[in-house]
Design a protein around this ligand. Sequence first.
Ligand SMILES: Cc1ncc(COP(=O)(O)O)c(C=O)c1O
Length: 387
Amino acid sequence: MTIKLPVYLDYNATTPVDKRVLAEMLPYFCENFGNAASTTHSFGNQALAGVSRARQQIASLINAKSDEIIFTSGATESDNIALLGVAERYAYKGDHIITCVTEHKAVLDSAKRLEQLGKRVTYLPVDRYGQINLDQLRAAITPQTILISIMAANNEIGTLAPLREIGRIAREHGIIFHTDGAQYTGHLPLDVEALNIDLLSISAHKLYGPKGIGALYVRKDNPRVSVAPVIFGGGHEQGIRSGTLNVPAIVGFGAAAELCQAELAEEAQRLRGYCAKILRELSQAIEGVELNGHPSERLPHNLNISIKGTRSSDFTGLLGDIAISAGSACNTANPNPSHVICALGFGNDRALSSLRISLGRTTTLEEVDYAIGRIIEASKVLQLVAC
Ligand SMILES: Cc1ncc(COP(=O)(O)O)c(C=O)c1O
């Protein structure tokens, strides 16, 4: 089989829209183009029907109810609403939130904003695998704590959070639990009921849907959770997120969620196998390969490694034919070492030599073999130059 170059191995940055998703979206651009809020005629009703179906498809993926899905422009906005919206709505209860040092900037910068507004934030450290310590979480809780926000899966190193335990601790203390599920949702099973998740950020473009659309799951019962809006206007999305709905994108998001639900188990198994093969073969062929992140509690399609004596920026220069990420694509404007790898406690060298390889639905075994060969070649060149 011939391989189409360059090989895309950066699915944690974004995924292509699945062609089946695109087919579902297309009628909503020029034919069913109505405004989903204009329900005095059939155009609006058709659009609304598409939105309602998508809401159900997304709710089903996470075991929620349709009216608990609030459409946003993506996980960045969902994270902002979760942190700023809870801080405002529950200000009467307390002024303290708990998060973690390896969160995405959408959470970290929202937390910083809250500090500027006079709130108190605890940033929990992580261990060398990227997980928080549950005793430290318990110890950080005060009577003023209103929110715990810990990401479900890290976008750089793929480490999963102990969601069940965090959810249990939050529930025991009557604290709202938000998790940024941008990288997790659609790739591993996620049940908001079983895990006691109160708020969940989702992004369509990480699960083979279009860019610029996402959702915030907001729990309605046991307990009913409320968030103050950060965008004001026509009162769409239960007043939490005003703005005319992006119907084609929402329809695509729904279709993508349904496909993930159907294909997730098989896809995870296949990609986990590919990641294990890459790690094994690179470790055999190259000296000084270290896995960043947890060895088993990790996303099935993410591999983050550091290669001794190399710089990840040199790799990406040498490897024009494979698209991998040096650190996090969410932060390429930032020339400093990754805050995530630094937080693992290994120092700058390991952070600066880290490569993120992330696989996806269209990744083939041939592409994996090709990438392994190219990374081995490039490592040998770079390690020789370093000597
Ligand atoms: C963990 C995490 N949170 C939030 C985001 C932002 O998502 P979006 O691009 O939908 O705003 C990303 C994507 O880069 C992410 O990986």
